[in-house]
Design a protein around this ligand. Sequence first.
Ligand code: SAM
Length: 159
Amino acid sequence: MFCLSADDLRKRIAGFGDGPACFNRELTERGGSAVSFDPIYQFTRGDIERRIEEVRVTVMEQTRLNKDNYVWTRIKNLNELENVRMSAMRRFLNDYDMSKTERRYVYHELPNRLPYEDGHFDIGLSSHFLLIYTSLGYDFHIAAMTEMLRVCRKYGCFR
Ligand SMILES: C[S@@+](CC[C@H](N)C(=O)[O-])C[C@H]1O[C@@H](n2cnc3c(N)ncnc32)[C@H](O)[C@@H]1O
């Protein structure tokens, strides 16, 4: 999604609104460095796992209703999409407890100030977070991006 080069993947990367996704795990396995930030990291693995199961049917139903708005080339259909998503979430859950001492998943809610100095991260990323919660409003988005840009030298957003 972000067209990250091999060189990018060796840099210090921050993921904002990373949720139950497995980019952090995959990059760590490849020897890279990622810190993920999300309010859901205040919860235990069991809490997050239960919540994933609770919303699974609703999320897939919403996707089915909006399926004409997606490009079905790499992922061919809704079943495949569900399998890909669930497998990413399982990888995240397995990593979540293991990573506690490494502080790779940090409980944080934007636009609150992050505990890092200016330009600490080389690259900041966010996917399916900004511009999807329209109820958060304009001021939230400007403040959140300002804080992300403070701690990251470069920033990419995928909606
Ligand atoms: C749709 S999920 C996307 C998860 C992941 N980035 C992905 O692409 O699969 C949106 C995430 O944004 C997080 N989020 C919501 N409000 C936030 C905030 N104020 N600061 C940081 N993350 C937030 C949610 O907890 C959720 O995990």
